[in-house]
Design a protein around this ligand. Structure first.
Ligand SMILES: [Cu+2]
Length: 329
């Protein structure tokens, strides 16, 4: 198996369904093509000109026929649309239950992978079976695309934003990682391996690599190093909002909007603070950190800020009122 098989191995919970949809598209595609070719030849022969002076009878269309050949393909397309949409939302909406969060940063020409516990790897991704893994993708430079063929998953890595998808690996083994978006000279070498392990070996692997600082600890260091800590004093509201319990909760903004403080919001708050001003605070107080902190550092800061929050409540919308309480009177 492997190099010569048409299909890579199926190693995630979603792979079977993606293959089923692919099979459906293939069967419909081949079926339609065969049908069209059959009728092209069939009618060409059936209605061939039999003598030089033959004048065929004029026809003026048929409404039932028009409706039939419009409605049937339309319904077939709708099946593709509904099936594809369902799979899309399934694969790109991480479940809320305890996911294993992994952060991937694409950089010409390598994949840098960070685990919350502090392990870091390049072009190697280790995941356990039987547990949902949420991947957050960032790019240090240009557009890349993170492709895991054995999981039937691929997602663009877009500079300036975070993309997420999730999977649950089912079969231990070593599978390809590719970059699927041409990203410069060494694009073809932007490859790696994902190693799927059973949960016990995974724990062993994790603890073997432990000892370094966790992402939250690294983030805390950056928080001190960049002087964030001089303004954002924990548990104290002053000139600056305390960052405790910000993550995952609604934030009331100066312009009256309320946004949920997710990864993208925190990232923007750091790089371009004036884009969204927290209600009750002033613009131009927080320095602009655009260009000063790299994507890996930003992810560490975000994980640190995340760690300052209780796990987000399931009914986040209901706590919208609580957001107001965070700002000073
Ligand atoms: Cu790339």
């Amino acid at each position: 198996m492997g190099a010569l098989s048409i299909f890579p191995p199926r190693a995630s919970t979603t792979a079977g369904e993606v293959d089923a949809l692919y099979g459906f598209l293939l069967v419909v595609g081949i079926g339609m093509t065969a049908l069209i070719f059959f009728f092209v030849f069939f009618f060409a022969i059936k209605y061939r000109r039999r003598s030089p002076d033959e004048r065929p009878k004029a026809i003026h269309g048929s409404i039932p026929l028009e409706i039939t050949w419009s409605v049937i393909p339309f319904l077939v397309m709708l099946v593709m649309f509904a099936w594809g949409t369902k799979l899309y939302f399934q694969n790109y909406t991480p479940p809320r239950r305890d996911t294993l969060d992994i952060y991937v940063t694409g950089k010409q020409w390598m994949w840098k992978i960070q685990y919350p516990d502090g392990q870091r790897e390049i072009n190697e991704l280790h995941v356990p079976t039987g547990r949902p893994v949420k991947v957050t993708l960032a790019s240090e430079d240009v557009l890349h695309s993170f492709f895991l063929p054995a999981f039937r998953l691929k997602h663009d890595v877009v500079p300036g934003s975070y993309q997420t998808f999730w999977f649950e690996a089912t079969k231990p083994g070593r599978y390809h990682i590719f970059c699927a978006e041409y990203c410069g000279t060494n694009h073809s070498q932007m490859i790696g391996w994902v190693t799927v392990m059973d949960p016990v070996s995974y724990e062993t692997w994790l603890s073997a690599g432990a000892g370094g600082s966790s992402m939250a600890e690294l983030g805390q260091k950056l928080f001190e190093q960049y002087g964030c800590v001089s303004c954002h004093v924990l548990d104290q509201q002053g000139r600056c909002p305390s960052l405790r319990n910000v993550f995952g909760n609604p934030v009331k903004l100066e312009d009256g909007r309320t946004v949920i403080a997710d990864e993208a919001y925190i990232r923007e708050s750091i790089l371009n603070p004036n884009a969204k001003i927290v209600s009750g605070y002033k613009r131009d107080v927080m320095p602009v950190f655009q260009g000063q902190i790299n994507e890996e550092g930003l992810l560490q800061l975000i994980v640190y800020i995340k760690s300052l929050s209780n796990p987000p409540k399931p009914a986040a919308a209901k706590t919208a009122a609580a957001a107001g309480k965070r700002s000073p009177q």
